[in-house]
Design a binder for this molecule. Structure first.
Ligand code: NAP
Length: 291
């Protein structure tokens, strides 16, 4: 344990993949003196104690946050508003509140609805790291290492709260960047939310074909790579696509028009158009954007 840990008492509401991994990473660094977990499912919370992810838990989130200097909300987006309603009256004065939700506009709106304003000690956040697995069993301390965490502080956000949340994520090995809320939601709609919609829809379309058993039997590496994320938690993704609906619908429309253009090129045998699409995509995939 560091002589003076960064966080005295951390409360994680939603001790799953993300909340559990954050707690593990901070514990490993000795930068948190006590971790209190909260959630609905006692089996999961008992497992969190057994695995050493949390010291204790309380299924009542209002009781769980009592005395915490850092509160991290790590539940699906649709559960954030009820969690806020439950915990805000019980937060300690000076407690810093943050979240890990995959869309940020909806979370800021939740805070405004529940509190009537954006709380100065609230710092919206989103770690760009994850797997298709869920629950505390799937959590691990190195999940955020060499990954990015996006914070979307608002003009109302207190500098000290922003600084503490940034420091907390840096201790997990992540690179922390700031971004505007709308920009975050537009970027994530393109890079994460649209790909999940494509993977889910592709697998669903094929799974409803009469000869699906035959089709899946011959699914090779490419299909597996492309569709891995269709194993992600359906509730979480249901919440994400509704929370970021405006930006996601724009991306679906753009992609739909491009797919229709490709279909037309295939229909008419337009070799140049087909080749140009694939060449542009290969160049981008190979050289430009992905490290
Ligand atoms: P997860 O493994 O399913 O963990 C979520 C936890 O929240 C569960 O342990 C669950 O515990 C608790 N929970 C669910 N509904 C709740 C409710 N209504 N009230 C209180 N607790 C509730 O999911 P996760 O992957 O960690 O995702 C958590 C958040 O991180 C989501 O907002 C997601 O958008 C965001 N995120 C996910 C990823 C990713 O790749 N997975 C990446 C970045 C951000 P109980 O069942 O005990 O209630």
């Amino acid at each position: 344990m560091a002589a003076q840990p960064l966080i005295r008492r951390l409360c994680v509401i939603g001790v799953g993949l993300i909340g559990g991994s954050l707690a593990r990473a901070l514990r490993e660094k000795g930068e948190v003196a006590e971790v209190v977990g909260s959630g609905r499912n006692e089996d999961n919370l008992r497992a969190a104690v057994r695995l050493g992810v949390v010291d204790r838990y309380d299924t009542d989130p209002a009781r769980a946050v009592a005395g915490a200097d850092m509160v991290v909300i790590a539940v699906p987006l649709g559960a954030i508003e009820p969690v806020l309603r439950a915990i805000v009256p019980s937060l300690s004065p000076g407690a810093v509140l943050t979240d890990v939700g995959s869309a940020k506009g909806s979370v800021v709106a939740d805070v405004e609805r529940v509190c009537g304003q954006v709380l100065p000690n609230f710092v919206p956040g989103h770690p760009i790291a994850g797997t298709e697995k869920s629950g505390v069993d799937a959590s691990f301390a190195t999940l955020f290492r060499q990954r990015r965490v996006i914070l979307t502080p608002l003009v109302e956000t207190a500098a000290a709260a922003h600084h503490l949340v940034k420091k907390m994520w840096e201790l997990t090995g992540a690179e922390v960047v700031d971004m505007g809320v709308r920009h975050h939601d537009a970027v994530l709609a393109a890079t994460s939310h649209l790909p999940h919609m494509l993977a889910y829809t592709l697998v669903d379309t094929l799974a409803r074909l009469d000869d699906r058993a035959e089709i899946f039997r011959y699914a090779a590496g490419g299909f597996r790579d492309f569709t891995r994320i269709a194993s992600s938690d359906p509730t979480m993704w249901h919440d994400i696509c509704l929370a970021n609906r405006e930006q996601l619908l724009e991306m679906i429309a753009l992609f739909g028009a491009d797919l229709e253009r490709l279909a037309e090129a295939i229909r008419t045998g337009d070799r140049a158009a087909i080749l140009a699409t694939f060449q542009r995509a290969k160049r981008a995939r190979d050289n430009l954007y992905l490290d």
